[in-house]
Ligand binder design. Sequence first.
Ligand code: AMP
Length: 282
Amino acid sequence: MIHFKKVKDLQNYLETEKGKGKKIGFVPTMGALHEGHISLAKTCKTENDICLSSIFVNPTQFNDPLDFEKYPADLERDINLLEGVGCDILFIPGVSEIYPEFFRPEKIPIGRLENLLEGKSRPGHFQGVCMVVKRLLEIVQPHQLYLGQKDLQQCMVIRNLVAWMGMKEKIHIVISPTIREPDGLAMSSRNLRLNDIERKRAPSIFQTLLFIKNNFRVVDLDILKKDAATRLTKNGFRVDYVEIARASDLESVRHWDGKEPLVALIAAYNNDVRLIDNLFLN
Ligand code: AMP
């Protein structure tokens, strides 16, 4: 695996490879890698000539500075995991490479998604995500971009960003399924921060999503959302949101028409650690 720290060096390399007709797949991450990230890299490796991953803990997407400070990091371990799946290139830029002096942030028109769910709970988060993803996409200009369904709203925001950048025809977005621990807990870098007691109760988020999936046809969805939130509270969580929404745009749904594809989404605090997950219902 070749490592690049400088934008220019990476771009020179990619230009040569693209000139040879090589197809580039890109897996952006913030490090602290787990099987979820690695599954994206594996798929990327099989579907492209070159699998490129980046590790950059983006300060602009953390609305909570403590969350940024506590973000786990183990670069050596990350490198081993990526090498294990044959990742070809690792881009590990410093903050001044991504946000150099000439960089001028611009407000991205995210639309309704900016203020729903994650956007509502984490003001500024999606502008920060768009800022870094736009910059990374301009640098890498990949043929395919690999994202995880675990962050469904982020996938939708990035899809809108790519369209707004006029790169919809150039960059194909691949959304990979959420990889889970054997007990159902969605893999997340944040899981590293759970103590034994918190880790034991963590799977109840996925169990609650399954409870919604098993019951959404028969009741008023507002009642179901309340029941689901109560289950989480009883299991020791502080619920941020439990939502049942249209899969197409994440708008809340109260009465299902029997056809519309739906998704259930949960964000809840396990003491200090905020966990999110989602599940398509039909
Ligand atoms: P992050 O490092 O958290 O920014 O995540 C980098 C990419 O990995 C994003 O596209 C995430 O959606 C994806 N990802 C994170 N967790 C999982 C998971 N459990 N399964 C699949 N993809 C994931």
